[in-house]
Design a protein around this ligand. Structure first.
Ligand code: DAH
Length: 418
């Protein structure tokens, strides 16, 4: 079946969808969230991806993602919260409004899902920053499903969930006094707890203050960002008895829409885990939202990453499971340890094929989308294990190893029934 679908995809003859972008063909409109959308030569959403759009796992009661969302929400209890914005956004909103350069790789059809050239599935919750700041919100959280074309393994899935948070202050003496008071409050909380923070300067030559900002204001706001997130991390990872302190480290980063910018890693389960990106909001983002006289911070964190660690969920596909043995294990407000109920052996199948004549080898993400369409969540991971170029004809072939391993089935179960 996969072989058949693949050859179909390679010949570009799937009726309403195409995984990749060769010659233009007429495609049927797509109905997404009850609205019809035209398709064109950049359309690359697949049925497997479209089927996830209505699911909104982050709003499903007792789902680990919604439990985590609610805990973060309760930590930021005076923030407004948005959690049902449509994932359909313009590339302008996803990228340009946030100052992404024109040649940013995230814009490519191999990295992002396009409905047509003017409409895509958001790749991050930051896509809504200008919109929400424009509603004159100074303290807000936003949770949503986001979509990125990716390879297949236990920790990557093309749909995942992010939570964006932001806080703005008046860029005045009174506003900065408010920041200082909040910083003192947060420092008090952190001082009493068993947490070790590896910090870096709030501002440096490589991670500069924005030209329109007063450096003293930017320092205070960046400090507030760090303290606020350190206290959130303490809330999430620091509970329970621990013999060694919780370790957190701040790392210099780059995002097109913040400066200075930071990433945060938490030492958990014996390794450093990157959990979020953050920074001082670019003035141009606030200008586009018509917000004047303010300075502030924003962050975006990946809910699955954190939930996998906190609930001990070993495979990202499990979040999509409708199996009661998965869903019944979680209760609102509680972080519990997941007990696996399926131990299926790995089942490898290798699949090789010639790439279309005269074109580059198939992109891994294109192959993975075909696999997801055909085999759905039965596939645990996919690896390119061999590529070959024929010395005479110059044609190339690829060989992928597909690991079929159900996350829900149980080996013993059927045997016992027999
Ligand atoms: N949107 C970024 C991502 O998906 C994460 C991020 C970084 C969000 C910096 C922010 C921010 O709000 O300020 O990788």
């Amino acid at each position: 079946m996969l072989q058949l679908r693949l050859s179909c995809a390679l010949r570009n003859c799937r009726p309403a969808y195409r995984s990749f972008n060769t010659t233009a063909v007429r495609l049927k409109p797509l109905v997404i969230l009850d609205e019809q959308h035209a398709t064109d030569k950049v359309t690359n959403v697949t049925p497997a991806i479209l089927s996830k759009i209505p699911m909104r796992l982050h709003n499903q009661t007792d789902h680990p993602l919604s439990i985590l969302k609610t805990i973060i929400q309760s930590h930021y209890d005076d923030f407004s919260h948005f959690s049902s914005l449509s994932p359909l956004v313009t590339p302008f909103k996803n990228f340009d409004e946030l100052s992404f350069p024109k040649d940013h790789p995230g814009r490519s059809v191999t990295d992002s899902y396009y409905i047509n050239k003017d409409l895509m599935l958001r790749t991050h919750t930051s896509a809504h920053e200008v919109q929400v700041f424009g509603e004159k919100q100074d303290k807000w959280l936003l949770t949503a499903d986001v979509y990125r074309r990716d390879e297949i393994d236990r920790s990557h899935y093309p749909v995942f969930h992010q939570m964006e948070g932001a806080r703005l202050f008046d860029a005045t003496a009174a506003g900065m006094k408010e920041v200082e008071e909040d910083n003192a409050r947060l420092e008090g909380i952190l001082k009493q707890s068993n947490i070790v923070i590896e910090d870096i300067p709030h501002i440096s030559e490589a991670n500069p203050v924005q030209p329109t900002h007063n450096p003293a204001h930017a320092e205070l706001v960046a400090k507030n960002l760090k303290l606020s997130l350190n206290s959130l991390i303490l809330r999430l990872f620091g509970s329970g008895e621990r013999s060694s302190p919780l370790r957190v480290r701040w790392i210099e980063a780059y995002f097109p829409f913040t400066s200075p910018s930071f990433e945060v890693e938490v030492f958990y389960g014996g390794r450093w885990l990157e959990i979020l990106g953050s920074g001082v909001v670019l003035q141009s983002t606030l200008d586009k939202a018509n917000v004047q006289g303010k300075i502030g911070w924003a962050f975006g964190l990946g809910l699955e990453r954190i939930a996998m660690v906190l609930f001990s969920i070993p495979d990202i596909r499990l979040f999509w499971s409708q199996d009661e043995r998965f869903l019944s294990q979680f209760k609102s407000g509680e972080i519990t340890t997941f007990k696996p109920y399926s131990k299926f052996p790995a089942c490898f199948k290798d699949l090789s094929f010639w790439n279309p004549e005269g074109s580059a080898p198939l992109h891994d993400n294109d192959f993975c989308d075909v696999v997801r369409d055909v085999a759905g969540d039965l596939v645990e991971d996919v690896k390119l294990i061999d590529s070959f170029v024929h010395p005479k004809t110059n044609r190339s072939s690829s060989c992928y190893r597909i690991n079929y391993r159900s996350m829900d089935r149980q080996v013993g179960f059927t045997r016992e029934q027999e």
